[in-house]
Design a protein around this ligand. Structure first.
Ligand SMILES: Nc1ncnc2c1ncn2[C@@H]1O[C@H](COP(=O)(O)OP(=O)(O)OP(=O)(O)O)[C@@H](O)[C@H]1O
Length: 585
């Protein structure tokens, strides 16, 4: 489609205006010689086939205007196919130029002697006038091209905005919505065209204009509470301003639904690195624990995991979550002992804006809301203060929470896994733990025995952590001295698997020789014991057992003692001193 054809309405208007002012007929063709507009006898003959007038061809080729007073006879007309039917008496022809290109021809035609006289009398003025009309049409073409370009850019931008998952709302500085993408309209539940013109503070009831301006000045992010026809829109909003020179012209808000944020956290934060075979240990005790976890994963009931610190309670809780139907939803963990009592309530249940002095703008969701649809792991539940135990019980019964300072209950669907190393039954007797809460959280009990009661698991754990930390420290060791290995097997492990993992990491990191040696192990275990004085006996006992085993193997003779000291990696003097101590006991 030619450039002139795209503005054919304008072209026809110009043709009609010229004809009525000058009293002659007008015809306008495009650069392919198709008639785009015409008056009088030309009016009904538009765009069917290219016209064959050789005069128009010449104007298009030369880009210069022509006046002829003898159509049919003029030398230009000699090549014209319609020459013998030509009824025209005079013509003034002018090219229509757009930049360097000639995009059409505009012509005035006289069919009567009066028209011819009028035309020829003012021929040069008329050529000049036609030149201006041609310029007018050329500028219309440019305008049309710009409009098409702008429309293309607008479509591109709209597609872009509607492709992003975040909601986007543009507004003026008074909060009046100017534009919005489909994601925002969908989140709010109102059609985009209905939102345009509405003030944002009418959509988000908790927002004021002052608040909006302050947030946008600081490019702030926060939750905006919002109730839409009884539905709570839980989203995170970020505000930015846009300016023209130094003046702020408007504000853009981006919205993300909490549900989406939680899905991302859940997907990328956890789902990918959690597998049931991460629980190591083939002892009967551990096999029973693994079986219990896999059974609990098939249910939706509350699980209470009990065991000493470092036995792997959190690991079991994560594996349980990942093996359950909730695996694509969040797993949120909170350690009730690590957070001061006063903060624990807000951490669990969240708060609304203005709930207390210093409360964050827009409020904050609690762990219950973040875990919605997934699992909440309440570690060290035995440390939860009594008043909060009562509130937790109510939430578990009613399956809804109320943020601190909030007025509306928020429904939550959360599976609870709790863990403790405390003697909860004794705490119940002492009035420190609510019995009714205990029944609620202990529907499915799982007990993890301490490492010292399942020593069969030690070899697999030792070799796993050795492998893990050799890779981490980019080292390759030839293994471990027998004495060192035996000490690890005999030690009491009061800190359970966590302590074992820490010690092996330390041993791998400091070892400069090819094998992990007994003195390093003894030294490290000794220091571990110093941190927990109650466990000193177990280290001493392990050491005694080792030395006596070596003596039994190599015999009490001088040579045997020398061999035992060498195998244990200690000096003969130390061996004699130790043996003297044992003899005194
Ligand atoms: N059976 C196991 N197999 C492999 N790794 C384990 C095992 N048990 C524990 N671990 C590892 O030991 C470390 C401590 O485990 P975790 O934090 O789960 O213990 P916990 O009982 O929850 O401790 P706490 O009561 O102190 O919170 C983690 O690095 C965990 O991966």
């Amino acid at each position: 489609m030619s450039k002139l054809y795209q503005i054919k309405k304008d072209v026809q208007q110009v043709a009609a205006a010229i004809a009525s002012v000058l009293g002659v007929e007008v015809t306008i063709t495009d650069d392919a010689l198709y008639r785009v507009a015409g008056t009088g006898c030309y009016a009904g003959n538009m765009g069917n086939a290219p016209i064959k007038a050789s005069l128009f061809v010449q104007v298009l080729q030369t880009g210069a205007g022509v006046i002829i007073d003898d159509p049919g006879e003029n030398s230009v007309c000699l090549r014209c196919e319609s020459r013998q039917y030509c009824t025209e008496l005079a013509q003034v022809c002018c090219p229509i130029q757009s930049g360097e290109a000639t995009i059409g021809v505009i012509a005035l035609v006289a069919f009567t002697p009066e028209q011819k006289q009028a035309l020829l009398a003012r021929r040069h003025d008329l050529l000049d006038f036609l030149g201006r009309m041609a310029d007018l049409l050329a500028s219309k073409v440019v305008e049309q091209e710009r409009m098409a370009e702008l429309k293309g850019m607008k479509n591109q931008l709209e597609t872009l905005l509607n492709t992003v998952q975040e909601g986007i709302i543009a507004m003026d500085t008074a909060g009046r919505i100017i534009d919005t993408n489909t994601a925002a309209a969908k989140m709010i539940g109102v059609a985009a065209d209905k939102l345009i013109g509405t003030n944002i503070v009418r959509v988000f009831a908790g927002l004021t204009i002052e608040d909006l301006l302050e947030r946008s000045r600081k490019s702030g992010t926060g939750e905006i509470p919002c109730w839409l026809q009884g539905r709570r829109l839980h989203c995170i909003m970020k505000f930015n301003t846009w300016s023209d020179a130094a003046e702020v012209k408007g504000i853009v808000a981006t919205l993300q639904e909490m549900e989406t944020v939680k899905k991302i956290v859940s997907r990328y934060g956890w789902e990918i690195d959690c597998r049931a075979d991460e629980i190591l240990g083939g002892s009967t005790a551990m096999e029973n624990v693994k079986q219990a976890v896999s059974m609990a994963a098939r249910t939706n009931t509350a699980v209470l995991i009990r065991g000493e610190s470092g036995t792997g309670k959190e690991l079991l809780a994560r594996v349980l979550h990942c093996s359950s139907e909730r695996r694509y939803k969040p797993f949120i963990a909170i350690n009730c002992a690590a957070i001061p009592d006063t903060l624990l309530e807000t951490e669990l249940f969240g708060y609304e804006e203005g709930a207390f002095t210093g409360a964050r703008r827009g409020g904050k969701p609690g762990k219950f809301e973040l875990a919605d649809g997934g699992t909440l792991f309440l570690d060290e539940i035995g440390d939860m203060p009594l008043p909060l135990q009562a509130k937790l019980l109510r939430v578990l019964q009613e399956k809804q929470i109320e943020r601190i300072g909030g007025t509306q209950p928020v429904p939550v669907d959360v599976r609870i896994i709790s863990a403790t190393h405390k003697d909860i039954e004794a705490m119940i007797k002492a009035g420190q733990f609510r019995q009714d809460l205990y029944y609620r959280i202990n529907v499915f009990p799982v007990v993890v025995p301490p490492l010292r009661q399942r020593r069969e698991d030690l070899p697999v754990l030792i070799s796993h952590f050795l492998e893990k930390y050799q890779t981490a420290y980019a080292k390759r060791l030839a293994g471990m001295d027998t004495g060192a290995y035996n000490l690890l097997l005999q030690y009491e492990w009061p800190g359970n698997v966590r302590e074992l993992e820490n010690i092996i990491e330390y041993l791998v990191s400091i070892e400069t020789g090819s094998r992990i040696s007994l003195p390093h192990v003894m030294d490290r275990i000794q220091r571990s014991g110093e941190a927990a004085p109650g466990d000193m006996m177990s280290i001493a006992a392990a050491e005694r057992q080792l030395i006596l085993a070596a003596m039994a193997k190599f015999g009490p003779a001088l040579e045997g003692k020398e061999k035992a000291a060498a195998a244990l990696g200690i000096s003969k003097a130390t061996l004699y001193r130790k043996l003297k101590e044992y003899a005194r006991d």
